[in-house]
Design a protein around this ligand. Structure first.
Ligand code: AMP
Ligand code: ZN
Length: 470
């Protein structure tokens, strides 16, 4: 089965053909470590994790590099405000980032290079750009990339280079701003930078943001590699500028496949730090949600579609994962002997459906549908007493395999049934009596009381009830 990805460069679905067969080399723009990442950022990182895990599912050996931006305007500004040396300040947020990705079951990249550890590589690239005439030092002491010298500027974002405002010089590296035109490769030191500075052939200063990704990706992945990812907001100018710098130096095509994920939204607005409409992962953990539940929400929509964040979605995640937990528990208890024939085709169909969905540009909705179908069909067999031990094992094995991509089914985790508080059971019993007496008002009131304590009561025929944690 061929993997297909939507390549932003061609704006079309393409078969994935890696440079070295059987391997996938991939670069991911990582966090700026000046604060805790919010769950919008983690939508991008979970998308990249799903991509990575899918490549592995299909047998590719993945080498992923994710940079840590530990020097820029924001890290300098906030480390000064905190009265801490830059590296002490950023270390806290680097560590927090690694803790957070663990909580979200994001697989580790092979290399996490930090910008401050690669200044010589960046200076080397800028030197080459100067020698080749793509860069110039301006009167403000900064070195800029001249986009008019790079014929293919605008190929990714599909912008018209000639309509760029020539000569506009942007020394600010906050990419969210409307930064068009020539961009800074090296920024001359100014008083705001305090003691953050490195020597260079162009004087004391620090690198621009874009050059770090070119330098670090090529150091660890070579002059040309397979995949580059990021959120859609990274596409311009950041990725466009990365291409210009890299291809201007090597004269070769730098990256073959560009994959961009859409934003996590709140209402109709992008979740972002500057708008203040964000939750960090820690905010949600403090509210009692688990990493597993948050991951389920973040991966639940196709990566090229906007995803609206709601607490309803988290509740649904809890319910859904609870159903999977119950299902896996049920499978573990199947004891009857047999050859597994009744389940074999159902499991095989689910495996095919899952693989073809993920191969089709990571169609997660179809892949999850295959999971739900498998659960439903196997449950039906069990209800009809047609499921044997071999069939149950085959279903569990399939889910284990799916979970190498999904990452939060946790098929073999044995969960203690959380004891339902006696108070809740007593209310449910009182409600059953009220229902028997057809006292619907009292029954509704008791249902609300139960909900306030965090439980939902479900009725079955014969005045039987069940309690579920909300
Ligand atoms: P930053 O730390 O702002 O450079 O962002 C890190 C990553 O998160 C980048 O790949 C961004 O494109 C991505 N990102 C930022 N906000 C969102 C959002 N609301 N939804 C999805 N991805 C985002
Ligand atoms: Zn980057």
């Amino acid at each position: 089965m061929k993997l297909k990805f939507y390549n932003t460069l061609s704006r079309s679905l393409e078969d994935f053909e890696p440079i070295v067969p059987g391997t996938a080399r991939m670069y991911t723009c990582g966090p700026t470590v000046y604060n805790f990442a919010h769950i919008g950022n983690f939508r991008a990182y979970t998308f990249e994790d799903i991509l990575r895990r899918t490549l592995e599912y299909f047998g590719y050996k993945v080498t992923q590099v994710m940079n840590l931006t530990d020097v820029d305007d924001k890290t300098i500004r906030d480390s000064k405000a905190a009265n801490l040396p830059l590296d002490t300040f950023t270390r806290k947020y680097k560590n927090a980032f690694f803790d957070d990705i663990k909580t979200l079951k994001i697989e580790s990249a092979e290399v996490y290079p930090a910008a401050t550890g690669h200044i010589p590589e960046m200076i080397d690239l800028i030197n080459k750009l100067m020698e080749k005439g793509f860069a110039y030092k301006a009167s403000d002491g900064c070195v800029y990339f001249s986009i008019s010298k790079f014929e293919k500027y605008g190929q990714l974002a599909r912008i018209d280079r000639d309509n760029q405002r020539d000569g506009v010089r942007i020394s600010n590296d906050e990419y969210a701003k409307d930064a068009v035109g020539d961009f800074a490769l090296w920024k001359a030191w100014d008083a705001d930078d305090g003691d953050v500075a490195w020597d260079s052939p162009w004087g004391k200063g620090r690198p621009g943001w874009h050059i770090e990704c070119s330098a670090m990706s090529m150091k660890y992945l070579g002059d040309s590699f397979d995949i580059h990812t990021g959120g859609v907001d990274n596409m311009f100018p950041h990725h466009e500028d990365e291409i210009a710098q890299s291809e201007a130096v090597t004269g070769k095509k730098w990256v073959n496949y560009w994959l961009h994920c859409e934003h996590l939204m709140v209402g109709n607005t992008k979740m972002s730090k500057s708008l203040g409409n964000f939750y960090t992962l820690r905010d949600l953990l403090d509210k009692g949600w688990s990493g597993r539940e948050i991951r389920w929400v973040l991966i639940g929509a196709h990566y090229r579609k906007k995803l609206n964040f709601t607490f309803e979605a988290l509740k649904l995640a809890r319910e859904t994962l609870g159903k999977f937990d119950e299902f896996f528990k049920r499978l573990r208890t199947v004891k009857n002997d047999g050859d597994g024939a009744s389940a074999a085709q159902i499991v095989a169909d689910a495996e095919t459906a899952f693989a073809s969905a993920m191969a089709d540009d990571l169609n997660i909705s179809m892949a999850l549908a295959a999971l739900f179908d498998l659960m439903r069909n196997i449950n039906r067999l069990a209800d009809e007493n047609k499921l044997d031990r071999t069939g149950a094992e085959a279903a569990l094995a399939a889910f284990r395999k799916f979970d190498t991509v999904i990452g939060c089914l946790e098929v073999d985790t044995v969960r203690e049934d959380a004891a339902i508080p006696a108070e809740v059971t007593a209310l449910a019993e009182a409600r059953a009596i009220a229902r028997k007496e057809k006292n619907w008002a009292e029954s509704d009131r008791l249902r609300d009381e139960i909900a306030k304590l965090g439980y939902a009561v479900k009725d079955a025929p014969g005045n039987v009830w069940q309690l579920h944690k909300l």
